[in-house]
Design a protein around this ligand. Structure first.
Ligand SMILES: Cc1ncc(COP(=O)(O)O)c(C=O)c1O
Length: 492
């Protein structure tokens, strides 16, 4: 046994702290340099990575090195191999999907999170992580103009997809079939469970239902009105028909800010129906929820106070580094009974006194995400956040006005927030031709690296989407995107 102890190590023991702080500083400088570059019009990298598939992988050996490599070498390879393969979400001309960016306070928060390396699974495993998470979610709830904060339990997850999974798991628990113990297979005492959402709803609802054993056949896609909002009459009819067929309406997912167009479902009327039917109401406000921070946009959150749960993503439009999704429910006890499972080695003396976040979700180990959100909310203040969100919406309206004033371009959906849906549809071009034409425009603009947009389909037609959500985006970037679009349209 002593042999092991006295055998000299074949490699030198790492210095305390393992690595030289100068290298760490060089890494931080590199991040700051990236931010400087993204604010320098003359030095902007292409938004969309220009590499071909396999380019990055082919430069990376098939196996990890046996011998240690200097961090300087690795950082050099980040520059040489990785950065060219990055599509720059921080770029001011990133307008795809739901454009989002981080910010300096968040970056610092994320860095500190990494430095502290706290695991927020139990209160005792970092009291600050748990207590800050609770407090910062109370801040955000109230900042969005939502009432009665004491009645809502908040938890930060990685993504809206996970938050919605928790919501629907809680809905299933609330239905009282003890699925966590008995499962669903082979049971005659459990009717078919149905989840309702609009046909514009994000695919994360289907994914949650896949995971929870509800099945995508039981995700009922309710038709929308002319402005892409869930039709409450159709929802009512669907639930009534399902009950008549012996099925059980379990939950409705209403969306505030749908992915394709940012339409807002009529949550108050949906809440009425859910109350009547005793059905869980989850609100997916992944993108647009934070807009409640600007008081004039609070109309969009009407009815949320009557929901059972709700999600919004600070990592989408609140300048918070990926990942950070804020989830609240009025039924802390139900969420807990859906997930709590305390192994002996996790029991602590404080369990009756504190929140142990491991009890409220799938994960045991949890990142300390609250720190960056706290730093963002403090460093901007709610006024500063509202001003930036407001400006994004204003820029979107200005862009839409340009589109609308051009005879060959047309808006494809209303714009309640900062997303513009539009297409090039000159007179005489058929809808089908215009679909292919707009797909070519999109590809031509994106390949320039000067702007990046994405697309969707509305009423079966190919539509361009320009989403503003990046903290660095200014009017000049929209002007550039507009001229690139026009150039691409006339070149096709
Ligand atoms: C309305 C809506 N819900 C959910 C999601 C999923 O978000 P996440 O990537 O955080 O899972 C999105 C993503 O864009 C979304 O637009």
């Amino acid at each position: 046994m002593t042999d092991l102890l006295i055998t000299p190590l074949t490699a030198p023991a790492p210095a305390a702290g393992d690595f030289d702080s100068a290298v760490l500083e060089a890494g931080v400088d590199r991040i700051l340099e990236l931010f400087r570059t993204l604010q320098d019009a003359g030095a902007l990298p292409p938004v969309l990575s220009q590499v071909a598939p396999g380019t990055v992988a082919n430069q990376i050996p098939l196996q990890a090195p046996k011998a240690a490599e200097p961090l300087e070498t690795i950082l050099g390879d980040v520059e040489r191999i990785i950065v060219p393969g990055i599509t720059h979400w921080h770029h001011p001309s990133f307008f795809g999907y739901f454009a989002n960016s981080s910010s300096v306070p968040s970056l610092l928060g994320e860095f500190l999170t990494s430095g502290l390396n706290a695991n927020a699974m139990l209160w005792v495993t970092s009291p600050a992580a748990t207590e800050l998470e609770q407090r910062v979610l109370q801040w955000l709830w109230t900042a969005m103009g939502l009432p009665d904060v004491e009645s809502w339990f908040g938890i930060i997850t990685d993504t809206a997809s996970m938050s919605t999974l928790l919501a629907l798991a809680a809905a299933r628990e609330a239905a009282g079939y003890d699925v966590r113990r008995k499962g669903l297979a082979g049971r005659t005492d459990v009717p078919v469970l149905r989840v309702y959402c609009s046909e514009q709803t994000h695919s994360s609802i289907d994914k949650a239902c896949i995971t929870l054993g509800i099945g995508t056949d039981n995700v009922v896609k309710i038709p929308v009105d002319g402005d892409f909002r869930m039709r409450v009459d159709a929802l009512d009819a669907a639930m009534t028909a399902d009950r008549a067929a012996g099925m059980r309406p379990l939950a409705v997912v209403a969306t505030i800010g749908t992915t394709s167009t940012t339409s807002v479902d009529p949550v108050p009327a949906i809440a009425d129906l859910c109350a009547r039917e005793q059905v869980w109401l989850h609100v997916d406000a992944a993108y647009a929820g934070v807009m409640g921070i600007a008081p004039e946009f609070r109309w969009a959150l009407a009815g949320v106070e009557r929901a059972d749960s709700m999600v919004t993503n600070p990592h989408k439009w609140l300048f918070t580094t990926m990942d950070c999704s804020a989830f609240w429910t009025r039924h802390q006890d139900v969420l807990r009974s859906a997930f709590s499972l305390v192994a002996e080695y996790l029991v602590t003396a404080r369990d009756q006194q504190v929140v142990n976040y491991m009890d409220y979700g799938v994960q045991l180990g949890r990142r300390f995400r609250a720190l960056k959100l706290w730093m963002v909310m403090r460093a901007f203040g709610t006024d500063g956040l509202a001003a930036r969100l407001r400006d994004h919406c204003e820029m979107a309206r200005e862009f839409a006005a340009q589109v609308e004033s051009h005879p060959d371009w047309t808006l494809s959906a209303p714009l309640p927030f900062s997303l513009v849906c539009f297409r090039h549809a000159p007179a005489g071009m058929s809808d089908t031709e215009a679909d292919a034409h707009n797909a070519r425009i999109l590809a031509a603009v994106n390949v320039t690296g000067r702007a990046f947009l994405s697309h969707t389909k509305l009423h079966g037609r190919f539509v361009l989407r320009l989403a503003i959500g990046n903290i660095l985006t200014q009017r000049e970037h929209l002007d550039l995107a507009w001229s690139e679009l026009q150039r691409a349209a006339s070149a096709q």
